[in-house]
Write a protein that binds this ligand. Structure first.
Ligand code: HEC
Ligand code: HEC
Ligand code: HEC
Length: 131
């Protein structure tokens, strides 16, 4: 008969060897470390046009909805991209940084909104466009 402690030790060693690749990967790929938030730059202090949590979730739909109001219904004073630009003038460090981080690419130079819409990437581009 094999003694009980021996069985436990052997089982434990066996389980460890079996699970080692999973444990190794989980630790190595940072499963237990906290996910860092993207470091977006907000130039102006104060409030967005709506509550921050709402903006975070709905700004995309908001812009698309407003486009219909502006272009199809002619309500030209509705909030559009040029409104965002007044406060978030650094697209690279705000819009792009978050989109790249979360992996949404609606807003890139080739296929996204800014293939057509003017929204300078950063201060340098904004200034050179003013000259
Ligand atoms: C804090 C993160 C964050 C910031 C900052 C941010 N976005 Fe987004 N954006 C997202 C996420 C996440 C989505 C996808 C959400 C969804 O599909 O509902 C998104 C989606 C969008 C969409 C919808 C695209 C589509 O095809 O449906 C547009 C348009 C957009 N963002 C424009 C902007 C603009 C312009 C700015 C800068 C003024 C900006 N976003 C800043 C996170 C961000
Ligand atoms: C193929 C070119 C093209 C693409 C891509 C495009 N738009 Fe537009 N958009 C236009 C044109 C043209 C108008 C009409 C301009 C006007 O009437 O002032 C317009 C108008 C708008 C308006 C109302 C006017 C303003 O400046 O606020 C909004 C808002 C808008 N688009 C948002 C978006 C968003 C968000 C995306 C990306 C999801 C996008 N557009 C992608 C061409 C485009
Ligand atoms: C009057 C200035 C102003 C305008 C105009 C404005 N924003 Fe903001 N926005 C802010 C400020 C200030 C904050 C930070 C609020 C906070 O810290 O709670 C912010 C926050 C945000 C956030 C959340 C960022 C995060 O940390 O999660 C998103 C997304 C956003 N804005 C998108 C937009 C879009 C898209 C537009 C145009 C439709 C726009 N904003 C127009 C000032 C503005």
């Amino acid at each position: 008969m094999v003694s009980t402690p021996k069985v436990i030790v052997v089982t434990a060693v066996f389980a460890f060897v079996l699970l080692f690749p999973f444990i190794y990967n989980a630790v190595g790929t940072g499963m237990f470390s906290e996910v860092k938030r993207p470091q977006v730059v907000i130039e102006k202090s104060g409030q967005c046009i709506k509550e921050t949590g709402y903006m975070r979730k709905h700004h995309g739909d908001m812009l698309e909805h407003n486009r219909e109001l502006i272009v199809r219904e002619g309500k030209r004073d509705t909030v559009g991209l040029s409104t965002c630009r007044k406060c978030h003038s650094n697209r690279e460090e705000f819009c792009d940084r978050c989109h790249n981080y979360v992996g949404v690419f609606p807003v890139n130079d080739y296929t996204g909104c800014f293939a057509c819409h003017y929204y300078p990437k950063n201060k340098k581009e904004l200034e050179s466009a003013r000259k």
